[in-house]
Design a protein around this ligand. Structure first.
Ligand code: FES
Length: 112
């Protein structure tokens, strides 16, 4: 859909929206695998900040970064709708429930 004529926004705003739709403003490199760690309230209360820290340490990257080999991108999300089985993380389209620090190496090694 072309957003240029869909609303009353200025041309500049419409161009930025169009660029976002096209993904041209994405700054991060594409990675082979996308890891999303949930820091929503329920997951946070179940230790997801430790999960995030463990993934960061294991891969040597912070949220928003990609590993040097282009294998993994790490990001933080706020609720994946799986609160009952938190802390959760997702790699590509696979949800990992009940995560804790001790499980990170084993899960990541599966993708290496
Ligand atoms: S808070 Fe993590 S899935 Fe809802």
């Amino acid at each position: 859909m072309n957003v240029k004529n869909c609303c009353q926004c200025s041309a500049g705003v419409c161009e930025q929206v169009q660029e976002l739709q096209n993904g041209s403003l994405r700054k991060e490199k594409r990675a082979k695998h996308r890891i999303a760690v949930c820091l929503g309230t329920s997951c946070y209360l179940r230790g997801s900040s430790e999960v995030l820290k463990a993934v960061s340490e294991e891969l040597g990257i912070k949220p928003g970064e990609v590993t040097a080999d282009g294998m993994f991108a790490l990001e933080v999300v706020r609720c994946m709708g799986a609160c009952a089985v938190g802390a959760v993380m997702m790699i590509d389209d696979v949800l990992y429930p009940n995560m804790d620090r001790s499980k990170i190496s084993r899960v990541l090694n599966f993708y290496k």
